[in-house]
Design a protein around this ligand. Structure first.
Ligand SMILES: [Zn+2]
Length: 127
């Protein structure tokens, strides 16, 4: 039997919504935020569910999908983790249409547009 992807587990983009994205600190009240807390709504097997996840700023910055960070032709990541400052912070998040957010970073980088799909996939690998 050949392995077939389980379609019911993969959200269709039109069903995947990002309900919230906000700064989150692992030490509430004391620390400055180091993560995003994200809340998604999606359909699994025809049922609407809500899922929450946390993504570290540095991991999220490293996974930036823009043309400066990923080679457009080969799809290979040109950004290396060493180039991402340890203390990187998100300085702004803005919605792009109904499918993505644009994130500005404390290193001055702000060309990354993260689709809900991309963020959801990051959550799957991070958690
Ligand atoms: Zn980038």
């Amino acid at each position: 039997m050949s392995p077939t992807p389980d379609a019911s587990l993969k959200p269709e983009s039109q069903d995947l919504q990002l309900l919230a994205i906000e700064p989150w600190s692992p030490a509430p009240g004391t620390g400055t935020p180091t993560h995003f807390r994200l809340k998604f709504s999606l359909k699994k097997g025809g049922t609407a569910v809500t899922e929450e996840c946390k993504l570290g700023y540095r991991d999220t910055r490293f996974m930036c999908p823009c043309a400066y960070c990923v080679d457009e032709h080969t799809g290979k990541r040109t950004l290396t983790l060493e180039k991402v400052p340890l203390e990187i912070k998100a300085t702004g998040v803005s919605r792009v249409g109904r499918y993505a957010v644009s994130i500005a970073w404390s290193d001055g980088h702000k060309t990354g547009i993260y689709s809900y799909e991309t963020l959801y996939q990051l959550c799957q690998t991070a958690n």
